[in-house]
Design a protein around this ligand. Sequence first.
Ligand code: AMP
Ligand code: MG
Length: 404
Amino acid sequence: MLAYSEAIAKVLETIWSLPPVEESLQEVRCGQILAETVHARYDLPPAATSTMDGFAFAHSSLNEQTPLQIAGFVPAGGDFKRPLDVAETVRIMTGAPLPEGCDTVVPLEKAEQQNNELKLTTVPDLGDYVRQCGEDFRQADQILAAGIKFDPGAAGLLSAAGISRLKVYPRPKVAILSTGDELVSLDEALPSGKIINSNIYMLAARLQEEGIEPLLLGIAGDCIESLESKLKQGLASDLLITTGGVSVGDRDLLRSALENLGFSEVFWKVAINPGKPVLFGTIGTLPIFGLPGNPGATATAFELFVRPALRRLAGFCNPLALRIKVQLADSVTGGKKRQRFLWGQLRVASENLQFHPAKRRRSGQLHDLLGAHALLPIAIDSPTLPAGSEVEVILLRLPDSQND
Ligand code: AMP
Ligand code: MG
């Protein structure tokens, strides 16, 4: 059976980024990856400007014997029509451009106005309280490199640089299908022997974290006709996820249904727990993941395979989650015949980041998944890990408030 490292390598060899699209700055969403290097269209600031409300003048004209004459006022967004003469000054607002001939500003609180003359209480240095033209960036400077993630900082930089459209990788279109005769929809009555299709909501929420609103294909029964007709509805997406029907039972017909649609299998079954029966392959260029139905296994296989695949499609240069070293809060029994993955939370304790493994460790336990921040991989045949050991976890997200 394939090891996880071999299986994920096969996934990333099979999937490529979607073609970039051009979007307006309002359309681009946080988390999208830039597909081009961006250069500024303008200088920022576009002219030398005052950083304070005060008075602007040429530093060379300062002379204690000759008070500066106040020649006018420049508001923010305004303009002083003529160059300033020697021994002249102007009242200036924060953000207003310095008149020609000025290079220095004194703030109001360091100056006194008497009639039309300015008295300085301190002698400023040349260039005080002036933001120089192009101090942040110059026209044609590279302001963002291809491959960075769009965030509020990028939105600020791009708009200030006059960039209204840019090339980004699109968010993949994803379809999800649940399979199993035992499943009913959330808003239906629950007859005995049936179970609510919770996987579709749990996966939709994971996709939402990637900024993706999935196409929900509902439930297919455990028969070839039902599976085929539902699968066909997902073939126009960029990635198709199914849950259930990939084990070795008589009713596990997903592989056969996929084969009828031209499925080319890359792997089935990986030496992991939970999530062993995970299936991966393609129909044409469409990547398809058949996740096991058990919610714990579904979620683990999603994090180990599907999220990196989505990030590859979305243009991430390294789509694998970061691994970080943390302290184990409770002891954990050693490895078995397959690589195990434990869900858990990260907490700060006496300046250490600690990993608290979820208490119930069976693959069906939805509680393990609640509020999880990381997955702890436990190597095959590894010894018991005592509390306090340093371990490397796969980071899903960092807690950033008490609510986390
Ligand atoms: P399967 O992988 O099809 O053998 O399903 C294994 C078990 O996972 C089933 O017996 C169900 O209890 C559960 N299961 C399967 N699909 C879902 C689903 N969509 N939502 C919640 N539980 C599910
Ligand atoms: Mg099933």
